[in-house]
Design a protein around this ligand. Structure first.
Ligand code: SF4
Ligand code: SF4
Length: 221
């Protein structure tokens, strides 16, 4: 995924959760991205808010959201049900964008005009750019209503970061019993000539295979 596709996914959701850290304590709030370009993803806050102080001190942020609904529904068994949709998250480093630079961007790209107008209306407002980040999209269809597997997981990164998203793998202790493949409801495990492997883009890191394997051949990071 490139920055434009990442922005589109976040913008489809609209209001997002932004997480920062204040003296080791996590803080969250709802905000939104308003623009993107080759340098990153842009959002605004006010210099008087704790969000601003935390962004300036730690210079990092983590963003996530969910589409199309955040409500927790239940099926006839009373278990959670989520209609097909996606979640997206991104974690990375931010820098403040001077107002003059924002105005310059607005002369070339209309996305930034909104930011300029808002800062002219509310002068304590400032812009930040998430200029490097890693993240993932979890495209889910847990009841397999629209396709034959539950999850399509897409990792991304930009600005020079690599993606440390958690993965599960089968190591050399595998005895080829096949129990993990039978247990995996995400259809993430395949076998070729009795060599078992896990497809990261289908795997939910749910742990069912880890619990099931009789010889401890499944590792997670
Ligand atoms: S359950 Fe463990 S030993 Fe059996 S196939 Fe899977 S990884 Fe290999
Ligand atoms: S962690 Fe869950 S989804 Fe991933 S391979 Fe194991 S059982 Fe399948």
């Amino acid at each position: 995924m490139d920055i434009s596709e990442i922005y589109k996914a976040f913008d489809t959701i609209g209001c997002l959760t932004f997480a920062t850290v204040d003296k080791g304590v996590p803080n969250t709030r709802i905000a939104h991205l308003f623009a993107h370009d080759h340098e990153g993803l842009y959002f605004r806050t006010m210099i008087t808010k704790p969000f601003y102080k935390q962004l300036n001190e730690a210079k990092t942020v983590s963003i996530c959201g969910m589409y199309p609904t955040t409500s927790v529904q239940h099926n006839s068994d009373g278990l959670p049900y989520f209609p097909p949709g996606f979640t997206i998250r991104a974690t990375g480093d931010v820098r403040e964008i001077p107002f003059e630079k924002l105005k310059e961007k607005a002369t070339k790209d209309s996305q930034f005009e909104l930011g300029v107008k808002d800062i002219e209306k509310y002068p304590a407002m400032v812009t930040f750019c998430l200029y490097r980040a890693w993240g993932e999209v979890f495209d889910y269809d847990f009841e397999m209503e629209k396709r034959s597997h539950k999850l399509e997981r897409t990792s991304f990164s930009f600005g020079g970061l690599s993606n440390p998203a958690p993965t599960v793998r089968i190591n050399e202790n595998c005895i080829g019993c096949g129990k993990c493949m039978k247990k995996c409801s995400f259809k993430a495990i395949t076998a070729t000539e009795n060599i078992y492997s896990i497809s990261p883009n289908r795997c939910d890191v749910c742990g069912d295979c880890y619990i099931t394997c009789p010889v401890g051949a499944i590792e997670y990071t």
